[in-house]
Design a protein around this ligand. Structure first.
Ligand code: ARG
Length: 564
């Protein structure tokens, strides 16, 4: 039952308020003000009356006329609707029971493809906490869009091409070896890359050698390409280890190098459309009309750039996936790059440029002194994950030393806390990693929600079988139960809101509230009560809550253990 819909229809019919207006304006007020509230400002303006007077008039007219509404009250400029409590319980719960883990899913996205470009670390560079944000946000959006019926294509646009690889190969030939890289992995590659930059300050010819090496790669020189491939394989091995721990997966690992042979046609088209200009020997697209600095397409030596590859990439994606939208998840510092390249597509005359969305996020900071940084002054992802899982293990050991599968639970809790923490605020807000805060079982954290889920699970176990067919919904009309039902009812709207704003935090916060409301419910309402009807109804509500906690966490990319 979609109350918003129903109310909109009824209000149009009975008091002649525009249906769309009601759909858009109905608010969910604080609990004591009812289940829905309709603000009357706009109606007041139209009818040249005071909002409170209109609200009063309508409330009186509507009283006792809507079958599922208990009472209609005027409060200031609002009309407040109080639903019939047992009816509400029945509508909400029976839907969760019927749909099970599909509850909240939708067909709204059917026929639309969303390409999610996420994680996308740079080969031969450490996978650091900055890439973590892109990875977990991208995966959460991928999961949620899919749940709402969209076809999602997850792409890891690896940074595996560009001048840095020319430099790295020069550095490798000078100061490293196959054995050293096999042994040290990305850390060794990073060591020689940092060294290259130090040495290049003294010896500028190194940079020229680096550029020459990239040109050789672009011409298909076997020897340099073999070294590049070696770096690629070493890096992927490390990345995949991290993705496995994070439970992240991609449909394609098509990095920048995949587009090497796909750039020439784009450059040609830009030229034909008269969009290319020469500037100091380089080829650029002027974006002055768009209020942006020019977008460089080819360097003066003919080499391609990050933007050139992104242009080729998006044409390939349009052709291959015919997307509705592409979401690019990177830190906010790449906003200009995306803005520029989207505008180039616009100037080329493709109206689908509007479906290209940069989904930016803020910085990651670490609580001072808690995690040491290694090479290149970044915190390595694997160090962070180790630290958090170890701490989770200690906490579990303290709280529940007899727990089975301690290792698995520590992993779920540790990794889950990282993901949850990362998705807890609006994207743009910077994230602070504080192990103690993230792992606080009583805070607004992943472990808190996981714990509530485990609690629901143990109540269900203790309670025994539920007879869903005979649930007496009149047993769920008390305040705590109704508050919980109201939360459950919001789940669908919150998921839609995530996709409207591309903000996973909406789901994260929702689950936190749901868990808090659930805790209040079972503390004030003994579940294993003597009365079989009460017990059955309350258990059904616990079941529904558990279902959403579990499923919601899964959409965020977090496992919910049955026991903690
Ligand atoms: N490799 C880039 C980085 O680490 C991110 C790539 C994002 N995706 C894209 N299509 N440009 O900053």
């Amino acid at each position: 039952m979609n109350y918003r819909h129903e109310l909109a229809n009824i209000l149009q019919e009975k008091v002649n308020i525009d249906k769309d207006y009601v759909m858009q304006s109905l608010e969910v007020p604080e609990r004591h003000l009812g289940d829905f509230a309709l603000p009357c400002f706009k109606l007041a303006k139209e009818q040249k009356k005071a909002p409170a007077a209109i609200a009063q008039e309508m409330a009186t007219q509507l009283q006792n006329t809507i079958p599922f509404v208990e009472s209609v009250q005027q409060a200031g400029p609002y009309i407040n609707f109080y639903l019939k409590k047992d009816d509400f319980a029945k509508n909400v719960l029976s839907e969760v029971i019927e749909k099970g883990t599909d509850y909240g899913s939708s067909t709204i996205g059917n026929g639309k493809t969303i390409v999610v470009d996420y994680s996308s670390p740079n080969i031969a560079k450490p996978f650091h906490v900055g890439h973590l944000r892109s990875t977990v946000m991208g995966q959460a959006l991928y999961n949620i869009y899919s749940f709402l019926g969209y076809t999602c294509v997850g792409v890891n646009h690896l940074g595996d091409w560009g001048t840095q690889f020319g430099k790295l190969i020069v550095a490798y030939n000078l100061w490293s070896s196959k054995e050293a890289v096999e042994e040290g992995g990305i850390a060794e590659l990073n060591r020689i890359y940092v060294k290259f930059h130090q040495e290049a300050k003294e010896d500028p010819t190194l940079d020229d050698k680096g550029r020459a090496c990239l040109l050789k790669m672009e011409e298909g020189d076997r020897e340099t390409l073999d070294i590049w491939q070696f770096f690629y394989d070493i890096s992927m091995k490390e990345f995949k280890r991290i993705y496995k721990r994070l439970g992240v997966d991609f449909d394609y690992y098509t990095g920048e190098s995949f587009y090497n042979d796909k750039m020439a046609p784009v450059v040609k088209e830009l030229k034909e459309k008269g969009l290319l200009q020469e500037s100091d020997g380089a080829q650029i697209v002027d974006l002055e009309h768009e209020g942006l600095p020019p977008c460089m397409i080819l360097r003066s030596d003919g080499a391609t750039l990050y933007s050139t590859r992104d242009l080729a990439t998006v044409f390939y994606r349009k052709e291959t996936f015919d997307f509705h939208k592409v979401l690019y998840l990177t830190a906010i510092d790449q906003a200009l790059h995306f803005n520029q390249f989207f505008k180039v597509i616009k100037l080329m005359g493709y109206d689908w440029w509007e479906g290209l969305l940069h989904v930016p996020f803020g910085l990651v900071t670490l609580e001072e002194g808690k995690l040491s940084t290694r090479e290149g002054n970044v915190v390595l992802m694997e160090d962070l994950l180790d630290a958090v899982v170890n701490r989770a293990k200690e906490i579990i050991q303290e709280k529940n030393p007899n727990l089975a599968n301690k290792e698995d639970v520590a992993n779920a809790v540790g990794i889950g806390s990282v993901i949850f923490n990362d998705l807890y605020n609006t994207r743009i807000k910077s994230v602070v990693f504080s192990l103690e805060k993230m792992l606080n079982f009583d805070g607004e954290t992943g472990p808190f929600v996981q714990y509530s889920h485990a609690r629901a699970n143990s109540l269900l176990k203790k309670g025994g079988a539920i007879d869903f067919a005979t649930v007496d919904y009149a047993c769920l009309t008390d305040e705590a139960a109704q508050n919980l039902l109201a939360q459950i009812y919001q789940y669908k709207d919150r998921l839609l809101e995530v996709t409207e704003k591309n903000e996973p935090y909406i789901l994260t916060r929702y689950l936190t509230n749901l868990a808090q409301t659930f805790n209040k419910f079972y503390q004030s309402n003994p579940i294993i009560s003597q009365d079989t009807d009460i017990k059955n109804a309350r258990l059904a509500l616990v079941y529904a809550t558990k279902n959403i906690l579990h499923n919601g966490l899964k959409l965020l990319g977090i496992n919910a253990p049955d026991q903690m």
